[in-house]
Design a protein around this ligand. Sequence first.
Ligand SMILES: [Zn+2]
Length: 154
Amino acid sequence: MRNYGPIDDFTVIELYSDVQVNRDNVEYYRGLAERKLLINRCGDCGTWIYPHRPICPECWSWNIKAEEVSGLGSVFMWTTLMQQRSPSAPHEPVPVAAVDFAEQKGLRYLSRIVNCRPEDIYHDMPVQLTWIEIGNLEWPAFEPISDSGRGGTR
Ligand SMILES: [Zn+2]
């Protein structure tokens, strides 16, 4: 696994050149580069805020800081995309889900579901954060929490 350590804004912008890194999401991307899933949170009322916004939707505070989430959640809804890596390759199913974080009702994050057959995914399925490599970068994904793996594997 890659370990960048603390990285500066310039490096974050360079690593994630496909997205527009800005004031509201820079900590999120810095977190990804450090293999941490950070979500902005209001420093005054504690509301988690995602998608990224500069102001708290609950109390209108500008005191927003990124905090690491537990990575625990459940599948709210999902779909399966079919991906073909080259014209001669077979189509591969890629399950994508809106995951509700355990931290807050309605705090929802779009991500891949891995280590699970698409037909085994169900509404409210408990999931936990894991990481997958795409394009030389690591990205958050979610996997089912099995009874033996409950409580985390790290
Ligand atoms: Zn607030």
